[in-house]
Design a protein around this ligand. Structure first.
Ligand code: ARG
Length: 518
């Protein structure tokens, strides 16, 4: 809708695709779809309307005696997707120029002009007044070209002690760092949505499953906090990965560093990088941080997928454990009665995309010799797509979790099916000194007896228990039934109400603290 302006003048368009990072999260979903639409419209598939520049204006045209074949320009361009880096590119350029003026390679006045012009370019891009030209290849060349058009020779000085090779890796690191922080916030929102349900759902006991067969009773908040734990590991994993993202590559130049007296500690400080890459060959070829980030995103997608699958099942007539908010469901074009969990299905389904992004990155970088190779230009599409997909899924998961309604009566009406209390009954015998294997056999026989009459264990008379084992007395009924079985739990991390209560309190405290900070 707005994005095809990519290769044309985009005056009057509502937004460009580039300002992903600066727009409110509500708008981001819409953006993700538009960005995806844009990928379908890559210029090699559709002839773009473009403006042209003279061959001699190309930054690298000096050695060439012939112009570039138009098909090559179309094939090698990345502006259709790396324009999203515009903000970080400008941020990094200002920091680079500031450092160049610190070390007196630029004068203070030159730095002032560069900064002013770069900020003006940023505004033009954000307001949709920036012109994209396919022969300028990528966002870096576009911004530099615009800079030179604005301030001439001073603009020609910006690329001092810098190459696109260290520039692109720096931009990418800044972009990924910001995106990680957004995903972390989304994960916190999902955790908060689960924790926010815990008090109201505290008295609900659900069947817990193994092999998708009824196993033992579990408090509903125990389920909710299980997901909080998974997403907490995802956040910790991202946080750890962020340390390896947050490293300055700039100053490595093309591959070997520079003979100019730059000060990389200054650039790192201006850009908030914690460390400086210590080897210029490594710095310009390193894409570990992209693969690692993609893996972190795959983990999040996998956790979301498990959650989605579970809630899809729970919302069926067969389970009838919960009702999904209608605003997050869609209908059928032929069956008038259908209310389908499409959002959850797509959260599950889009895991494939995120996973294939990681695979693309692995294949892309497999066997590349040091240092920079143009293949690396292709790293952006998968990592952008993985972030967009996971961010969209998390943004929908949070309100869906908040809005779902547990079907308490339906759950309760079938809770005693499946002998969920059998394991606790076995443990009751163990506490009376019966060896575990013997107790297992005794309870197995009692369950078989109960099954034959199609009744729960609690409905068997005491004499049936005593016929099978003479250690039983009427206290046995204090552990039978789903509720008693839950209350009988004691171990740390179990579904015992006292344990779960402590966990809820801890989570509330932790989330409240983090929400206050962010
Ligand atoms: N568009 C390129 C990329 O994303 C920028 C680096 C180009 N470097 C080069 N030596 N051609 O990787």
């Amino acid at each position: 809708m707005f994005l095809y302006t990519g290769l044309r003048k985009s005056v009057g368009q509502r937004r460009s695709s580039n300002d992903t990072e600066s727009i409110p999260s509500r708008d981001r979903l819409e953006m993700c779809h538009a960005v995806n639409a844009f990928f379908v419209e890559l210029p090699h598939r559709k002839e773009p309307q473009i403006n042209t520049i003279k061959e001699t204006q190309k930054a690298w045209s000096g050695v060439f005696t012939e112009g570039t074949d138009k098909r090559v320009e179309t094939f090698t361009e990345s502006i259709s997707f790396d324009r999203r880096l515009y903000e970080v590119d400008i941020r990094a350029s200002i920091a680079h120029a500031r450092m160049l003026s610190d070390v007196k390679i630029l004068t203070a006045e030159e730095f002032r002009q560069l900064e002013e012009a770069l900020l003006a370019i940023r505004l033009e891009i954000e307001e949709g007044n920036f012109e994209y030209k396919i022969e300028l290849e990528d966002i870096h060349m576009h911004i530099e070209h615009a800079l030179i058009e604005k301030i001439g020779d001073v603009g020609r000085k910006l690329h001092t002690a810098r190459s696109r090779n260290d520039q692109v890796v720096t931009d990418l690191r800044l972009w990924v760092r910001d995106a990680i922080d957004r995903i972390d916030r989304c994960l916190l929102d999902v955790q908060s949505a689960f924790v926010g349900r815990c008090d109201a759902d505290f008295d609900v006991i659900l069947p817990g499953y193994t092999h998708l067969q009824r196993a033992q009773p579990v408090l509903a908040p125990h389920y909710w906090l299980a997901y909080c734990e998974k997403f907490q590991r995802d956040r910790e994993r991202l946080g750890d990965c962020r340390k390896r993202v947050n490293i300055l590559g700039l100053g490595s130049a093309a591959l070997a560093g520079t003979s100019l007296p730059i000060d990389r500690t200054k650039t790192a400080e201006y850009l908030g990088f914690e460390r400086i890459a210590a080897n210029s060959l490594d710095a310009t070829s390193d894409r570990d941080f992209i693969r690692e980030t993609a893996f972190c995103l795959v983990e999040i997608a996998l956790h979301l997928s498990t959650f989605a699958e579970e809630w899809i099942l729970w919302s069926t007539a067969e389970f009838n454990f919960l009702r999904l908010p209608q605003t997050f469901c869609t209908g059928s074009s032929i069956m008038p009665q259908k209310v389908n969990p499409d959002v959850l299905e797509l959260i599950r389904g889009k895991t494939a995309r995120v996973s294939s992004s990681l695979h693309s990155l692995i294949m892309l970088t497999k066997g590349l010799p040091l240092a920079y190779n143009r293949d690396l230009q292709e790293d952006k599409l998968p990592i952008f797509d993985a972030f967009d997909t996971v961010e969209a899924a998390l943004s929908l998961a949070a309100p869906l979790i908040e809005g779902a309604v547990l079907q308490k009566e339906s759950i309760q009406s079938r809770l005693e099916l499946g002998y969920l209390d059998a394991t606790v009954l076995m443990e009751y015998l163990i506490q009376k000194g019966v060896p575990q294997r013997t107790a297992h056999g005794i309870v197995g026989r009692l369950v078989r007896t109960a099954m034959e009459s199609d009744v729960p264990l609690a409905s068997l008379p005491l004499n049936v228990f005593q016929e099978i084992h003479d250690g039983f007395d009427d206290k046995v009924f204090t552990v039978l039934g789903a509720k008693n079985a839950v209350v009988a739990m004691k171990s740390y991390g179990s579904t015992a109400p006292s344990e779960v209560r402590k966990q809820i309190d801890d989570w509330k405290e932790k989330i409240g603290r983090e929400q206050a900070v962010v």
